[in-house]
Design a protein around this ligand. Structure first.
Ligand code: HPA
Length: 272
């Protein structure tokens, strides 16, 4: 059997993986633009690493080309995607340093292309998100954590804001009342596009700070980067352990909700 191909989308503070063997950069062209990967191996797995904000964190959350990234993963024939996302916490039980395999999201974004299906020739689809994150990939992350002796919290609701600013304390109080546990700026539309493309997708949320008004101090991007740097080596190991837990065959229903895939979305822009 061919080795399982796995995509890793690294969020803030996660721009490469130290355990990736034979890393090589590659650009994938799609109908939505380019996506840049670092392709390598780890224990029989072919791994494609993509830094969501670019390798030098040059892309803010609202300008990430989520459609190009997901279309490129689909074009590469990958069906399993593990993403990381730095988040602020709304809950005392999820302090900085916590890792949470989220199971729900609330969308508070405002102006991003959020679907592959823009009507007209593309058609209209309304994808089911009763279970937004692949249950099998979520279990693979939890198993990998157990194997490494790491505590990973099973379940949490990610509230996605538009950013790039941090939130006000009033917004955070409202998000907590709504049922949000964690706040970040990038998981939507990534998770939605993955489902539209029929991919299995799960996210490890990495708590870098308590959210605005809960944290005793003003928030800063540097604080987020510092916390990410503290956990980077163990995160790199965890991601590789997750990749080795993933097999080629799965029994989840992630691929069933996909819309009709348009081959033009995989086109190279430079093709005639
Ligand atoms: N808010 C939004 N996004 C974030 C935060 C936060 O507090 N921390 C890390 N990403």
């Amino acid at each position: 059997m061919a080795p399982a191909k796995v995509a890793i989308i690294g969020g803030t503070g996660v721009y490469e993986n130290a355990y990736l063997e034979d890393p090589q950069e590659m650009i994938v062209e799609t109908g939505f633009g380019q996506a840049l990967f670092c392709r390598g191996h780890y224990r029989e797995r072919e791994i494609y690493f993509l830094a969501r904000h670019g390798t030098g964190h040059g892309l803010p959350p609202h300008l990430v080309n989520y459609r190009a990234n997901i279309a490129a993963i689909k074009k590469l024939g990958i069906s399993a995607v593990i993403a990381t996302a730095a988040v602020g916490s709304l809950r005392q039980g999820m302090p900085p340093g916590s890792r949470v395999v989220i199971d729900q999201f609330i969308d508070f974004t405002k102006g991003r292309p959020a679907t592959f299906y823009e009507g007209g020739e593309e058609g209209v689809i309304h994808v089911d998100l009763t279970e937004p994150y692949c249950p099998e990939l979520r279990q693979a992350i939890l198993r990998a954590g157990e194997t490494l002796g790491e505590r990973i919290i099973d379940g949490g609701c990610y509230l996605c804001t538009e950013g790039p600013r941090f939130e006000t304390p009033a917004e955070i109080r409202m998000f907590a009342l709504w049922g949000g546990d964690l706040v970040g700026m990038t998981n939507v539309p990534e998770v939605v596009l993955a489902r539209e493309a029929g991919l299995c997708y799960a996210t490890i949320a990495l708590v870098s700070n308590f959210a605005a008004g809960i944290s005793p101090q003003a928030l800063s991007h540097q604080e987020v980067l510092d916390e990410m740097a503290r956990g980077k080596d163990s995160l790199d190991r965890l991601l590789m352990a997750v990749a080795t837990e993933i097999s080629t065959g799965r029994n989840c229903s992630c691929s069933l909700g996909a819309g009709p895939w348009n081959p033009d979305w995989e086109a190279s822009n430079d093709e005639p």
